[in-house]
Write a protein that binds this ligand. Structure first.
Ligand SMILES: Nc1nc2c(c(=O)[nH]1)N[C@H]1C(S)=C(S)[C@@H](COP(=O)(O)O)O[C@H]1N2
Ligand SMILES: [Mo]
Length: 427
């Protein structure tokens, strides 16, 4: 049996002494997170649908998702900036919410040590849901930030981790919100915003003792007002927003994206925009993309092989489209020049109602070496196998001799160094 009186240390109610802790402050942070995390969850699910994981095993990083894939839908190609917008919101918001998440956790930390650790079955269940909630939140934020900053730290497994993590987290989140809505409503009504925002540190008093156990029975002298605490967290969020958003908004704001892991100095000229993996990064050799390079087009029981001159001689079209990476950064619209995917299908006799295509590259291995595109993506007249960009040949790092560019497509499916297209590939 555990002793009834808590052992000395953080389990003692008087151990945590900040006079700011209390249901009001926690509710303010909670409300911001409620709205922010709902948006994160939706944009995250949408982002995952953009990979068309229900299309083919090659695209599906979570083949065991079962019911969790209930919402998947065929990802559209218009508006062409849809993925760019969604991913920009998801990543920028996630980074911006970090100070709020930390502040919220700080404000409830005494409860982590509540004594006795488990009082009853329902208390045990509640604590389990909190474990899912707090563990899940930290896990999602940490994996998200690591993926952005270290650029695919966990190649292949990021989707799996982040996707299942999101479901565990949201389970705890829904239970938590359902239990806490009354407390939040009551706490927020219990104090006036105007008064809080006018109260300096010297006049800051603890909230009245509360059943939630957040208010310390042993307050230390205030070193900061609630206004100051909110201001500090808000300023932290704003600072992160300012140094992050530019990577997705682009234009002259790109220079403000100090936290952007890629493309600070993408160079000048027609190919002067962000590169994710360079050719050297993924082991592309000279001979893979030199004069011996060939494009094989398959489908409809036929096969055609083209060299670069033959590919260049096909009718070409221009598409102004961005590259938008799962990491949140995106380029401004670039003017791509290439052969329509639907017209490449025609080379093997598929003249109308083109099916999806399986795209393979000269890259040997790695999770981005190939991708499946859906029929709507193949049929969109803006979808190209690009050979030039902004009036110049593609640079090797941007996928020379030929790369995919499809509207609203996640960057990772815009395969570079393409060598083979298989239309109507069995999925
Ligand atoms: N073969 C191949 N294609 C690839 C990749 C890769 O690693 N290998 N990276 C993808 C990713 S994650 C992105 S965001 C885009 C980036 O294109 P860019 O480097 O031309 O900007 O290329 C995609 N195409
Ligand atoms: Mo990417």
């Amino acid at each position: 049996m555990l002793p009834q009186t808590p052992p000395p240390g953080p389990t003692r109610p008087g151990f945590w002494r900040s006079p700011l802790r209390g249901p009001w402050l926690t509710s303010v942070f909670g409300l911001v997170l409620l709205v922010g995390i709902a948006l994160m969850f939706v944009s995250g699910l949408v982002s995952y649908a953009a990979y068309n994981p229900d299309l083919a095993v090659g695209n599906d990083k979570t083949p065991d998702k079962g019911l969790l894939g209930f919402y998947l839908f065929s990802w559209p190609t218009r508006p062409y900036w849809l993925y760019r917008l969604n991913q920009g919101v998801h990543v920028t918001l996630g980074v911006t919410l970090i100070p709020v998440l930390l502040a919220k956790l700080w404000s409830v930390v005494p409860k982590l040590f509540s004594w006795p650790p488990v009082r009853s079955v329902s208390h045990a269940l509640e604590r389990l849901s909190l474990l899912m909630l707090v563990g899940g939140a930290l896990f999602e934020f940490v994996t998200g930030v690591l993926n952005v900053q270290l650029h695919y730290l966990f190649p292949g497994s990021f989707y799996t981790l982040h996707f299942y993590g999101a479901w565990v987290f949201i389970g705890g989140f829904v239970v938590h919100v359902a239990f806490r809505v009354p407390t939040v409503a009551k706490s927020l009504r219990g104090r006036s915003w105007r008064t809080e925002l006018r109260t300096p540190a010297v006049r800051t008093e603890p909230e009245p003792p509360d059943p939630t156990g957040l208010v310390t029975p042993n307050p230390a002298a205030p070193t900061m007002s609630r206004r100051g605490a909110l201001g500090m967290v808000g300023a932290g969020s704003l600072a992160l927003l300012v140094v992050t958003a530019g990577q997705s908004i682009g234009g002259s704001l790109r220079k403000t994206a100090l936290l952007a892991p890629h493309g600070q100095e993408p160079g000048k000229g027609p190919n002067g925009f962000q590169i994710n993996k360079t050719a050297a990064n993924v082991g592309i050799r000279d001979r893979d993309v030199g004069p011996d390079w060939r494009l094989t087009v398959r489908g409809n029981g036929r096969e055609t092989v083209l060299d670069r001159a033959q590919l260049m001689a096909l009718p070409r079209h221009l598409s102004a489209l961005p590259i938008a990476c799962v990491e949140g950064w995106s380029t401004d619209d670039q003017t791509w020049d290439g052969v329509r995917l639907s017209e490449l299908a025609a080379l093997v006799g598929i003249d109308r109602d083109a099916p999806g295509v399986f795209v393979e590259s000269a890259q040997r291995g790695g999770s981005f070496a190939s991708a499946h595109l859906r029929d709507n993506q193949v049929r969109d007249p803006l979808s190209l196998l690009a050979v030039r960009v902004n009036g110049a040949d593609l640079s090797r790092d941007h996928g020379h001799p030929a790369r995919i560019i499809v509207p609203a497509n996640p960057g990772v499916h815009n395969t570079k160094w393409v060598t083979r297209l298989t239309f109507g590939a069995p999925s």
